[in-house]
Design a protein around this ligand. Sequence first.
Ligand code: DUC
Ligand code: ZN
Ligand code: ZN
Length: 468
Amino acid sequence: MSSARTLIRGGLVITAADEIHADVLTEDGRIAALAAHGSAAAESWTADRVIDATGRYVIPGGVDAHTHMELPFGGTSASDTFETGTRAAAWGGTTTIVDFAVQSVGHSLRAGLDAWYAKADGVCAVDYGFHMILSDVDERSLKEMDRLVEEGVTSFKLFMAYPGVFYSDDGRILRAMQRSARNGGLIMMHAENGIAIDVLVEQALAEGRTDPRYHGEVRKVVLEAEATHRAIQLARVAGAPLYVVHVSADEAVAEITAARDKGLNVFGETCPQYLFLSTDQLAEPDFEGAKYVCSTPLRPKEHQAALWRGLRTNDLQVVSTDHCPFCFTGQKELGRGDFSKIPNGLPGVENRMDLLHQAVLDGHLTRRRWIEIACATPARMFGLYPRKGTIAPGADADIVIYDPHAEQTLSVTTHHMNVDYNAYEGRRITGQVETVLSRGEVVIDQRTYTGRAGHGRYIPRGTCQYLV
Ligand code: DUC
Ligand code: ZN
Ligand code: ZN
């Protein structure tokens, strides 16, 4: 905790609700007060440190509610550790991540969660929480869900994909949803029909269609839409809220929209890769397409309009990264000659806030909506609000000083993620993180890293604060 008082002067404070020229005073790691710039109140403040934010935005630290540091997957592990990944998050203006602890088949939730607590303990640069991946829904794990909710792990990811690994059948999904309807947990769904996809994978490989682009072709739009529809119906039967992760296809957005029009507690998340990349990248020659293999897969460009529209209309509420990096050399290469062996996942935790700021400049989002989908709503959705996701008295002093005019080119040569490529290589962005405070401590100071491994704390979460 920082006992120092820091005064951030002269910036435009942007939250999901307001844009105001205000000075912000932080004390003991929290936001102590806001007052109009130039007001008598603000002029009377004294501080140990003054940050001049003239011409800058002052925004809440980003909340990335979907990351996979060190995730074991496909015989290898995601290349960012909690240390490197949270440091990269800080560089990109994200001050809270919610990562996924994994239950292994045949093991308890407790064992999985404890393993993830140990991985992250003492090494994170910014604050973090955990969701729990349920890989083996049975009487024991259902009971354990109740205890996890009480402990602050209040959301559970289930997979309709990856048979034999993370997959749950409809019966298991229904049971987990029924349990969450009672204990207040939020079910997060990977909605793809994995049983059908595996048939198409087998057929593609047998016919010699082995290149990365076939990853996108077998993981069909209708199989995402069908699974999304089915997940929604199961949630209705259970009377449980549902959060659909990494929505990539227009028809899946339509399913979520239809459910929301019925007044159901159904929510959708998308990710920068679906908004900015497409099957064009997946089709890059010389196996380069492997860099863009993730699930749900990248879609033809035409789908992007539905995702942007969903974000504007609040049919989609959150943009997270699904940050799950694998190096091209030695990791993505495991799938040369067989796309099904390419570890699934893209890097992005460092780039999300900037890409979404670019979306503001491109006319897809307003500035306040940028903050809403990247900070405030993920915090509400996962029980972290108002401690995280906003700038208000009492909130943690997780603050980004953002230069909206700086120009940068996203690149592996300048990023801080521990991965040997950048999915947005060469993309020019206007806007850049300048200074970052995490609980009042400056962790990025005018583009110099001043944080430390172990500053980041585990944050137990409350239940979903976004239900209607
Ligand atoms: N999708 C990915 O791309 N990576 C990890 C898990 C997932 O569901
Ligand atoms: Zn998933
Ligand atoms: Zn994921």
